[in-house]
Ligand binder design. Sequence first.
Ligand code: NAD
Length: 294
Amino acid sequence: MRIGFIGLGNMGGGMAANLAKAGHPVAAFDLSAEAVARAVAAGCTAAGSAAEAATGAEAVVTMLPAGTHVRAVYGDSIIPAAAPGTLFLDCSTIDTASARAVIAQAAAAGFAMVDAPVSGGIAAANGGTLTFMVGGEPEAFARARPILDHMGKAVIHAGGAGAGQAAKICNNMLLGATMVATCEAFVLAEKLGLDLQTFYDISSKASGQSWSMTSYCPVPGVGPETPADRNYEGGFATGLMLKDLKLAIQAAQDAGASVPMGSSAGALYQALANTGAAGKDFSAMIRFLDGKAA
Ligand code: NAD
């Protein structure tokens, strides 16, 4: 299947490479010439523009930063250039309103499209082990699934247009809140004189257990190896968590939902980012709460 791939950054680069590795001809485009060169080295062919990547493709995959980029690239380039019958897959994490608007615009032009944001970071993108949460019509999902299977270990249909983005921001709001709560608990435990390994051993087997505690412990040297053991480098950047929390808070306002924990987590991640730590892993929250420089 001829695939156009637009957005070859930290995530898209590895995803496009996995499609090429699976034997699909991939026409790849990014505003960054270096990103295109890396994709070519990984088996893709270079496209000179987003429209060129979409021309003659049977499917177009996008992995762009935010809703404004997705609206512009589909509206200006992909929809006008694609041949009838082309399937569109947007894997970026964007606001649900933009996702629904672009899917409606594609449908009005006769194209099937899914929103298919991912869970899993750069290592999962490179390794083809992402989890995709997919919104769209069942027929579009059925067509998208074999393409997504080359890039992920789990592909889940979340519902209609925008449902993938809804699932993604609800999940990450939960993650942000549990990470803040886990960090708070460790800071308090230390001040109360508890050994942190001992507290981990207790809480990871008690009712305080969560993924943030057990699989992504924010304390260096405690639990499995995590970004905390690498001075909070790599992993999932604070700036990206902040972006996802802002999307969740905006969506909650639009939907009339009360999200006090998500809002508190958003304010705390904004404060952490303001210290210059936007590039640090989001578990660096523990240093911020402890009054240390992240
Ligand atoms: P990135 O900034 O590394 O990559 C985005 C790429 O899009 C860049 O290479 C940029 O040059 C390109 N781009 C921007 N506008 C363009 C345009 N008009 N035409 C062509 N290319 C354009 O970002 P990333 O880390 O790869 O993230 C991509 C998306 O995936 C984001 O929505 C992010 O929230 C989401 N995401 C990221 C992670 C992660 O761990 N990095 C995890 C899950 C989801």
